[in-house]
Design a protein around this ligand. Sequence first.
Ligand code: BDR
Ligand code: CA
Length: 328
Amino acid sequence: MQHQAPHKVIYDTDPGVDDAMALYYALAHPAIDVVGITTTFGNVYVEQAAENALYLTALSGHDVPVTQGVAKPWVKHAEAPPDSIHGADGLGNLLSRQDHTKTLDPRASAQFIVDMARAHPGEITLVAVGPLGNLATALKLEPALPKLVREVILMGGTVLEPGNVSPVAEANIWNDPHAADLVFTAGWRLTMVGLDVTHQVILPVKLFERVAQHHKHPATDTLLHAVKFYANFYSGLYPHVAEIHGCFGHDVLAFVALTHPELFTLETGRIRVATEGLAQGQTIMRRRNIHYPHDGWGADVPLCQACIHVDAKAARQLVEDTLMRPWL
Ligand code: BDR
Ligand code: CA
């Protein structure tokens, strides 16, 4: 069912090529009002993530507040960003950047989330597509946050699909498993958009070529450059992606789940995150409602939803149709 007023979204992100793709989907979609962008370390260091968010919004002519957030994981040691996936600059090693004058909102990302949730109780949707330290910090600042926000949709984790940084772990959750476990057990309405569905949707480079050709705008040219770099990485890793010469859309699927939930099959259960050892970063979903004798899986662990299947063809078409809209 179509939401009447646009969803007020705070976009928590580590841009990142698919983060940039998702941002532009959100800015282009009439059912989404991006009221703020909060940034985190992940695909790049947090300073670069914040700069990329400023740059991408300035380039596309959208005036959205941007804040800088957590620079490292809650407990574990930080790892170097994955230059080979997103480029050292997070946007596929852009050859040059246009000047812009946009500056950061001085608040820390977690404080911004809390301020906005208090100012608009029950209205804010958090779409989180990076490691979850900003959300975890916001929960510490305001324990009533789960009641103040409308819902959380996050790209991260996996239920049945193998991991992408270990056999069981997805990158965003791996990057800060302690924060992620707090977020999954906080008691808000939470939908996990994990590798189970993002690995079903391969977006061809040609889609972004058509979008760039249509708009002839620096924003979509920049996205095309970044996607080409990202697609080369994925095509080198997975033969079935190379056949299409494309990439996984990961983060954009979180927004697709917001605007078009009917494209997804969901499963409800309790989700916990392994924080240590060989399974570190694994999202474990309790999928059977039987009694388990061990701690950590009781009725006090809140229920979440995980996306298990997506109509990939419809999702791909939606991404293209949305980016083709007159949003620049
Ligand atoms: C996730 O990790 C990051 O590399 C992507 O931006 C996405 O959020 C996919 O595992
Ligand atoms: Ca991301």
